[in-house]
Design a protein around this ligand. Structure first.
Ligand SMILES: Nc1ncnc2c1ncn2[C@@H]1O[C@H](COP(=O)(O)OP(=O)(O)OP(=O)(O)O)[C@@H](O)[C@H]1O
Length: 298
């Protein structure tokens, strides 16, 4: 559906995207994680052709690239980027915004009432946008994208400024929407990505340094909260298994895959002496991979 090939872009002598490769398909939610200023928005801007890469290209449906206006139009009919709050019109109502997006992409606004109902916006959507709170505006931006209902959606910081209930509501909507869409979500709300993403891409130095897939077949780790001092003692006294990692100066992860039950139990018992807060068993999540790639001691 969407393919990036050899995409590079340099700003001020820094390769923000460096020969980036990616293939993504309908039915997927793809999380993109990286610290501020890494290149997530730049990647979306290239996907939407708001920025031309120095080299490489974006291909849709195996045939359309941004080679001319006709192709750009064909792609833009299929792709919607998350509107920014600053692009909303204070003197128009939420309904006006929704109708605008619905008509622009679908040529009809028949589905707008269903969007309003799903996002529980009925009590304020007829008011002028200048009277909305931050969270109300953010929900409207999300609703506009639902109204556009395109097959490809690029969401940059979609959960910004939302309370817990609204994060849960939008997360549910994303899961409902994904069956006939390809959705990208760039977010700093890392554990939220674990809820709905099929895979999370970690961008660093212009490339994806890791792709975390939520396949249900991820490696299982024993995760122990321990101090750097205790970790140093551990390294000396215990022969830690190959593949263990110590994340962000606080979390030791010991791979349990391939160990017998007796061996696994032995490690749990041994770690009781070193554990500071809690000890858990499970796969590494987005937060832990993020620590692995971006914490100061990574
Ligand atoms: N038009 C531009 N001119 C010069 N530098 C730019 C331009 N656009 C982006 N950059 C630089 O490219 C880098 C990546 O920026 P980008 O906005 O893509 O990061 P991001 O990962 O989306 O960050 P954030 O999480 O803060 O939104 C930054 O160093 C930024 O200053």
């Amino acid at each position: 559906m969407l393919k990036l090939s050899n995409v590079s872009i340099t700003y001020n002598d820094k390769a923000v995207l460096d020969k980036l490769e990616l293939t993504a398909n309908i039915g997927e939610i793809i999380g993109v994680a990286a610290p501020n200023g890494t290149g997530k928005s730049t990647m979306f801007n290239v996907m939407a052709n708001f920025v031309k890469p120095d080299s490489g290209h974006v291909l849709f449906d195996g045939k359309y690239a941004y080679r001319n206006e006709k192709e750009e139009l064909l792609i833009h009919k299929q792709l919607c980027t998350f509107p920014e709050q600053k692009d909303l019109f204070g003197e128009l109502s939420g309904v006006d915004h929704l109708k605008l997006y619905a008509n622009m992409w679908k040529g009809s606004a028949k589905h707008v009432p269903a969007v309003i109902e799903r996002l529980q916006m009925g009590n304020y959507v007829k008011r002028k946008v200048r009277t909305y709170s931050l969270g109300m505006r953010q929900r409207l931006c999300f609703a506009m994208m639902m109204a556009a209902d395109t097959p490809v959606i690029l969401l940059d910081e979609v959960m910004n400024g939302l309370d817990v209930d609204n994060v849960a509501l939008l997360s549910e909507c994303l899961m409902e929407m994904k069956k006939d869409k390809l959705i990208f979500v760039a977010s700093h709300l890392l554990s939220n990505l674990d809820l709905y993403a099929d895979r999370v891409l970690f961008l660093k130095d212009g490339k994806f340094v890791h792709e975390h897939k939520f396949t249900g077949e991820n490696d299982v780790y024993l995760k122990i909260e321990t101090t750097p001092e205790k970790y140093e003692i551990l390294k000396e006294k215990e022969k830690l298994p190959l593949g263990h990692i110590y994340l962000a100066n606080h979390l030791l992860c010991i791979p349990l895959q391939g160990m017998s039950t007796a061996e696994q139990t032995k490690w749990i018992e041994r770690m009781l002496d070193y554990n500071e807060k809690e000890m858990t068993v499970g796969p590494l999540g987005t937060v832990e991979y993020y620590d692995k790639f971006y914490s100061k001691n990574a």
